[in-house]
Design a protein around this ligand. Sequence first.
Ligand code: C2E
Ligand code: MG
Ligand code: MG
Ligand code: MG
Length: 286
Amino acid sequence: NADAAMYEAKARGRKRIGFYGRETGLRIERHLELDMALRGALERREIWVAYQPIVDAHSGEVVKAEALLRWTHPSLGAVRPDEFIAIAEENGSILDLGIWVLQEACNLSREFKARSGRSLKVSVNVSAAQFKDSDLPRIVDRALRRAGITPEELELEMTESVLVSHAEAVNERIDGVKQLGISLALDDFGTGYSSLSYLTRFPFDTLKIDRAFVSRLPDHLPSLELTKAIVAMAKSLNLKVVAEGVEDELQADTLRSMGCEHLQGYLFGRPVDRDTFLDSCCATTG
Ligand code: C2E
Ligand code: MG
Ligand code: MG
Ligand code: MG
Protein backbone atom coordinates (compact mmCIF):
# COMPACT_ATOMS: atom_id res chain seq x y z
CA ASN A 1 0.00 0.00 0.00
CA ALA A 2 0.92 3.65 -0.36
CA ASP A 3 2.02 4.20 3.24
CA ALA A 4 4.34 1.24 3.17
CA ALA A 5 5.80 2.38 -0.13
CA MET A 6 6.31 5.88 1.22
CA TYR A 7 7.98 4.51 4.36
CA GLU A 8 10.25 2.27 2.39
CA ALA A 9 11.28 5.00 -0.02
CA LYS A 10 11.94 7.38 2.86
CA ALA A 11 14.04 4.77 4.59
CA ARG A 12 15.95 4.29 1.38
CA GLY A 13 16.40 8.03 1.11
CA ARG A 14 17.75 8.22 4.61
CA LYS A 15 20.15 5.38 4.09
CA ARG A 16 21.59 7.30 1.18
CA ILE A 17 22.36 10.24 3.40
CA GLY A 18 25.23 8.33 4.91
CA PHE A 19 26.38 7.41 1.49
CA TYR A 20 26.16 10.77 -0.31
CA GLY A 21 26.57 13.31 2.46
CA ARG A 22 23.94 15.36 4.19
CA GLU A 23 22.97 17.91 1.58
CA THR A 24 22.66 15.48 -1.29
CA GLY A 25 20.78 13.13 1.00
CA LEU A 26 18.22 15.80 1.85
CA ARG A 27 17.85 16.64 -1.82
CA ILE A 28 17.19 13.01 -2.64
CA GLU A 29 14.70 12.72 0.19
CA ARG A 30 12.79 15.82 -0.98
CA HIS A 31 12.85 14.54 -4.53
CA LEU A 32 11.45 11.16 -3.45
CA GLU A 33 8.78 12.82 -1.35
CA LEU A 34 7.70 15.17 -4.14
CA ASP A 35 7.83 12.36 -6.68
CA MET A 36 5.39 10.26 -4.69
CA ALA A 37 3.19 13.13 -3.55
CA LEU A 38 2.84 14.44 -7.08
CA ARG A 39 1.27 11.22 -8.33
CA GLY A 40 -1.92 11.81 -6.33
CA ALA A 41 -1.80 15.60 -6.17
CA LEU A 42 -4.38 16.24 -8.89
CA GLU A 43 -6.92 13.91 -7.26
CA ARG A 44 -6.32 15.57 -3.89
CA ARG A 45 -6.95 18.94 -5.54
CA GLU A 46 -3.57 20.35 -4.51
CA ILE A 47 -2.84 21.43 -8.07
CA TRP A 48 -4.35 24.60 -9.46
CA VAL A 49 -3.81 26.97 -12.36
CA ALA A 50 -2.67 30.56 -12.15
CA TYR A 51 -3.31 32.94 -15.05
CA GLN A 52 -1.11 35.85 -16.01
CA PRO A 53 -2.29 38.56 -18.40
CA ILE A 54 -0.46 39.39 -21.63
CA VAL A 55 -1.31 42.90 -22.75
CA ASP A 56 -1.24 44.91 -25.94
CA ALA A 57 1.82 47.17 -25.65
CA HIS A 58 -0.09 50.25 -26.81
CA SER A 59 -3.67 49.94 -25.57
CA GLY A 60 -2.82 47.98 -22.41
CA GLU A 61 -5.77 45.71 -23.17
CA VAL A 62 -5.50 42.09 -22.05
CA VAL A 63 -5.16 40.03 -25.21
CA LYS A 64 -3.97 36.71 -23.86
CA ALA A 65 -3.48 34.83 -20.61
CA GLU A 66 -0.74 32.31 -19.88
CA ALA A 67 -1.80 29.32 -17.80
CA LEU A 68 0.79 28.43 -15.15
CA LEU A 69 0.53 25.32 -12.99
CA ARG A 70 0.68 25.70 -9.23
CA TRP A 71 1.09 23.05 -6.53
CA THR A 72 0.24 23.76 -2.93
CA HIS A 73 1.56 20.78 -0.96
CA PRO A 74 -0.27 20.29 2.37
CA SER A 75 2.89 20.39 4.49
CA LEU A 76 5.63 21.76 2.22
CA GLY A 77 3.52 24.68 0.95
CA ALA A 78 3.98 26.09 -2.54
CA VAL A 79 6.36 24.01 -4.63
CA ARG A 80 7.86 25.94 -7.55
CA PRO A 81 6.85 24.80 -11.05
CA ASP A 82 10.47 24.60 -12.14
CA GLU A 83 10.96 21.98 -9.44
CA PHE A 84 7.77 19.90 -9.69
CA ILE A 85 7.41 19.98 -13.47
CA ALA A 86 10.86 18.48 -13.86
CA ILE A 87 9.75 15.68 -11.53
CA ALA A 88 6.43 15.28 -13.37
CA GLU A 89 8.38 14.91 -16.61
CA GLU A 90 10.51 12.23 -14.99
CA ASN A 91 7.72 10.15 -13.50
CA GLY A 92 5.28 10.59 -16.36
CA SER A 93 2.59 12.46 -14.44
CA ILE A 94 3.14 15.45 -16.77
CA LEU A 95 0.82 13.73 -19.25
CA ASP A 96 -2.17 13.85 -16.89
CA LEU A 97 -1.23 17.29 -15.61
CA GLY A 98 -0.92 18.48 -19.21
CA ILE A 99 -4.38 17.26 -20.17
CA TRP A 100 -5.85 18.83 -17.06
CA VAL A 101 -4.23 22.26 -17.38
CA LEU A 102 -5.19 22.40 -21.06
CA GLN A 103 -8.85 21.78 -20.23
CA GLU A 104 -8.81 24.28 -17.36
CA ALA A 105 -7.29 26.95 -19.60
CA CYS A 106 -9.83 26.37 -22.38
CA ASN A 107 -12.63 26.55 -19.82
CA LEU A 108 -11.27 29.86 -18.56
CA SER A 109 -11.35 31.30 -22.06
CA ARG A 110 -15.00 30.30 -22.42
CA GLU A 111 -15.84 31.79 -19.03
CA PHE A 112 -14.03 35.02 -19.89
CA LYS A 113 -16.10 35.41 -23.03
CA ALA A 114 -19.33 34.62 -21.21
CA ARG A 115 -18.59 37.35 -18.67
CA SER A 116 -17.05 40.07 -20.81
CA GLY A 117 -18.30 39.40 -24.33
CA ARG A 118 -14.69 39.56 -25.50
CA SER A 119 -12.54 36.73 -26.69
CA LEU A 120 -9.39 35.80 -24.74
CA LYS A 121 -6.66 33.62 -26.11
CA VAL A 122 -5.15 31.25 -23.55
CA SER A 123 -1.58 30.11 -23.78
CA VAL A 124 -0.59 26.72 -22.36
CA ASN A 125 2.92 25.36 -21.81
CA VAL A 126 3.50 21.94 -23.31
CA SER A 127 6.38 19.62 -22.36
CA ALA A 128 8.50 17.42 -24.59
CA ALA A 129 6.78 14.27 -23.33
CA GLN A 130 3.43 15.63 -24.46
CA PHE A 131 4.82 16.41 -27.90
CA LYS A 132 6.13 12.86 -28.11
CA ASP A 133 2.63 11.52 -27.38
CA SER A 134 0.82 10.68 -30.62
CA ASP A 135 -2.48 11.49 -28.87
CA LEU A 136 -1.66 15.19 -28.48
CA PRO A 137 -3.74 16.50 -31.41
CA ARG A 138 -6.75 14.48 -30.25
CA ILE A 139 -6.29 15.72 -26.68
CA VAL A 140 -6.16 19.33 -27.83
CA ASP A 141 -9.17 18.92 -30.08
CA ARG A 142 -11.18 17.40 -27.24
CA ALA A 143 -10.28 20.23 -24.88
CA LEU A 144 -11.47 22.81 -27.41
CA ARG A 145 -14.75 20.98 -27.98
CA ARG A 146 -15.47 20.39 -24.31
CA ALA A 147 -14.88 24.03 -23.51
CA GLY A 148 -16.71 25.23 -26.60
CA ILE A 149 -14.01 27.62 -27.72
CA THR A 150 -12.51 28.15 -31.17
CA PRO A 151 -8.97 27.13 -32.15
CA GLU A 152 -8.07 30.84 -32.46
CA GLU A 153 -8.55 31.05 -28.71
CA LEU A 154 -5.74 28.62 -27.88
CA GLU A 155 -1.98 28.80 -28.16
CA LEU A 156 0.56 26.16 -27.17
CA GLU A 157 3.98 27.21 -25.88
CA MET A 158 7.06 25.09 -26.27
CA THR A 159 10.74 25.65 -25.61
CA GLU A 160 13.62 25.06 -27.96
CA SER A 161 14.69 22.03 -25.94
CA VAL A 162 11.63 20.16 -27.27
CA LEU A 163 12.80 20.76 -30.83
CA VAL A 164 16.39 19.78 -30.16
CA SER A 165 15.80 16.46 -28.49
CA HIS A 166 12.90 15.04 -30.47
CA ALA A 167 12.77 16.84 -33.79
CA GLU A 168 11.37 13.85 -35.69
CA ALA A 169 8.32 12.90 -33.62
CA VAL A 170 7.71 16.52 -32.71
CA ASN A 171 7.44 17.53 -36.35
CA GLU A 172 4.43 15.29 -36.86
CA ARG A 173 2.72 16.49 -33.69
CA ILE A 174 3.28 20.13 -34.55
CA ASP A 175 1.62 19.59 -37.90
CA GLY A 176 -1.21 17.78 -36.15
CA VAL A 177 -2.01 20.58 -33.74
CA LYS A 178 -1.48 23.30 -36.34
CA GLN A 179 -4.05 21.58 -38.55
CA LEU A 180 -6.58 22.14 -35.79
CA GLY A 181 -6.08 25.87 -36.30
CA ILE A 182 -4.44 26.71 -32.98
CA SER A 183 -1.30 28.82 -32.76
CA LEU A 184 2.15 27.94 -31.57
CA ALA A 185 4.63 29.96 -29.52
CA LEU A 186 8.35 29.50 -29.01
CA ASP A 187 8.96 30.19 -25.31
CA ASP A 188 12.08 31.51 -23.54
CA PHE A 189 13.60 32.62 -26.82
CA GLY A 190 17.23 33.67 -26.67
CA THR A 191 18.29 31.23 -23.98
CA GLY A 192 19.06 27.57 -24.51
CA TYR A 193 19.92 26.38 -27.97
CA SER A 194 18.53 29.26 -29.98
CA SER A 195 19.08 27.91 -33.42
CA LEU A 196 17.61 30.54 -35.68
CA SER A 197 16.75 27.87 -38.20
CA TYR A 198 13.96 26.63 -35.87
CA LEU A 199 12.07 29.81 -36.57
CA THR A 200 11.72 28.97 -40.22
CA ARG A 201 11.62 25.18 -39.93
CA PHE A 202 8.62 25.11 -37.61
CA PRO A 203 5.34 27.00 -38.09
CA PHE A 204 5.50 29.32 -35.10
CA ASP A 205 3.09 32.22 -34.74
CA THR A 206 4.58 33.82 -31.66
CA LEU A 207 8.02 34.32 -30.21
CA LYS A 208 8.46 34.97 -26.50
CA ILE A 209 11.60 36.87 -25.53
CA ASP A 210 13.06 35.46 -22.34
CA ARG A 211 12.97 37.46 -19.14
CA ALA A 212 16.77 37.20 -18.91
CA PHE A 213 17.06 39.92 -21.58
CA VAL A 214 13.99 41.94 -20.66
CA SER A 215 15.05 42.32 -17.03
CA ARG A 216 18.32 43.97 -18.10
CA LEU A 217 16.70 46.62 -20.29
CA PRO A 218 17.57 49.29 -21.12
CA ASP A 219 21.00 49.77 -19.48
CA HIS A 220 22.65 46.50 -20.42
CA LEU A 221 23.73 47.18 -24.00
CA PRO A 222 24.09 43.57 -25.21
CA SER A 223 20.54 42.79 -24.01
CA LEU A 224 19.25 45.96 -25.64
CA GLU A 225 20.85 45.17 -28.99
CA LEU A 226 19.83 41.54 -28.87
CA THR A 227 16.22 42.37 -28.03
CA LYS A 228 16.11 44.90 -30.85
CA ALA A 229 17.44 42.31 -33.28
CA ILE A 230 14.97 39.65 -32.11
CA VAL A 231 12.00 41.99 -32.51
CA ALA A 232 13.13 43.08 -35.99
CA MET A 233 13.74 39.50 -37.09
CA ALA A 234 10.38 38.34 -35.72
CA LYS A 235 8.63 41.10 -37.63
CA SER A 236 10.30 40.16 -40.89
CA LEU A 237 9.27 36.53 -40.32
CA ASN A 238 5.71 37.64 -39.54
CA LEU A 239 5.82 36.44 -35.95
CA LYS A 240 4.10 38.16 -33.04
CA VAL A 241 6.49 39.04 -30.22
CA VAL A 242 5.77 38.81 -26.50
CA ALA A 243 8.31 40.16 -24.04
CA GLU A 244 8.31 38.15 -20.80
CA GLY A 245 9.08 39.45 -17.32
CA VAL A 246 8.35 43.17 -17.80
CA GLU A 247 8.61 44.64 -14.31
CA ASP A 248 8.90 48.41 -14.79
CA GLU A 249 7.76 51.25 -17.04
CA LEU A 250 11.21 51.87 -18.47
CA GLN A 251 11.38 48.29 -19.75
CA ALA A 252 7.87 48.60 -21.18
CA ASP A 253 8.72 51.89 -22.94
CA THR A 254 11.89 50.44 -24.38
CA LEU A 255 10.07 47.40 -25.75
CA ARG A 256 7.20 49.51 -27.08
CA SER A 257 9.58 51.76 -28.98
CA MET A 258 11.19 48.70 -30.58
CA GLY A 259 7.81 47.63 -31.91
CA CYS A 260 7.22 44.72 -29.55
CA GLU A 261 3.43 44.34 -29.62
CA HIS A 262 2.68 42.23 -26.55
CA LEU A 263 4.00 42.51 -23.00
CA GLN A 264 3.83 40.14 -20.03
CA GLY A 265 5.14 40.70 -16.54
CA TYR A 266 4.51 41.78 -12.96
CA LEU A 267 4.06 45.40 -14.17
CA PHE A 268 0.76 44.35 -15.78
CA GLY A 269 -0.24 41.52 -13.48
CA ARG A 270 1.13 38.61 -11.52
CA PRO A 271 -0.15 35.10 -12.07
CA VAL A 272 -3.37 34.78 -10.04
CA ASP A 273 -6.02 32.13 -9.51
CA ARG A 274 -8.90 31.81 -11.94
CA ASP A 275 -11.52 33.76 -9.99
CA THR A 276 -9.18 36.64 -9.22
CA PHE A 277 -8.17 36.76 -12.86
CA LEU A 278 -11.76 36.84 -14.08
CA ASP A 279 -12.80 39.44 -11.52
CA SER A 280 -9.94 41.81 -12.33
CA CYS A 281 -9.72 41.32 -16.09
CA CYS A 282 -13.43 41.27 -16.85
CA ALA A 283 -14.06 44.28 -14.63
CA THR A 284 -11.47 46.69 -16.06
CA THR A 285 -12.71 46.83 -19.63
CA GLY A 286 -15.70 44.49 -19.62
P1 C2E B 1 7.47 30.09 -18.54
O1 C2E B 1 6.53 29.35 -19.39
O2 C2E B 1 8.56 30.82 -19.21
O3 C2E B 1 6.55 31.08 -17.67
C1 C2E B 1 6.92 32.39 -17.31
C2 C2E B 1 7.46 32.43 -15.90
O4 C2E B 1 7.90 33.75 -15.59
C3 C2E B 1 6.42 32.07 -14.85
O5 C2E B 1 7.09 31.40 -13.80
C4 C2E B 1 5.94 33.46 -14.40
O6 C2E B 1 5.37 33.45 -13.11
C5 C2E B 1 7.24 34.21 -14.42
N1 C2E B 1 7.06 35.67 -14.57
C6 C2E B 1 6.15 36.32 -15.33
N2 C2E B 1 6.32 37.65 -15.24
C7 C2E B 1 7.37 37.85 -14.41
C8 C2E B 1 8.03 39.04 -13.93
O7 C2E B 1 7.69 40.18 -14.25
N3 C2E B 1 9.08 38.85 -13.08
C9 C2E B 1 9.49 37.59 -12.70
N4 C2E B 1 10.52 37.51 -11.87
N5 C2E B 1 8.89 36.48 -13.15
C10 C2E B 1 7.85 36.60 -13.99
P2 C2E B 1 6.47 30.13 -13.07
O8 C2E B 1 4.99 30.30 -12.94
O9 C2E B 1 7.27 29.90 -11.84
O10 C2E B 1 6.74 28.96 -14.09
C11 C2E B 1 8.02 28.54 -14.38
C12 C2E B 1 8.06 27.62 -15.56
O11 C2E B 1 7.40 26.37 -15.28
C13 C2E B 1 7.35 28.15 -16.79
O12 C2E B 1 8.16 29.10 -17.46
C14 C2E B 1 7.15 26.87 -17.59
O13 C2E B 1 8.34 26.53 -18.27
C15 C2E B 1 6.90 25.87 -16.48
N6 C2E B 1 5.44 25.63 -16.40
C16 C2E B 1 4.50 26.31 -15.70
N7 C2E B 1 3.26 25.78 -15.91
C17 C2E B 1 3.43 24.75 -16.78
C18 C2E B 1 2.54 23.81 -17.41
O14 C2E B 1 1.30 23.83 -17.24
N8 C2E B 1 3.10 22.86 -18.21
C19 C2E B 1 4.45 22.82 -18.46
N9 C2E B 1 4.92 21.87 -19.26
N10 C2E B 1 5.31 23.70 -17.91
C20 C2E B 1 4.81 24.65 -17.08
MG1 MG C 1 5.51 29.83 -21.04
MG1 MG D 1 9.00 31.76 -20.83
MG1 MG E 1 10.63 29.22 -18.65
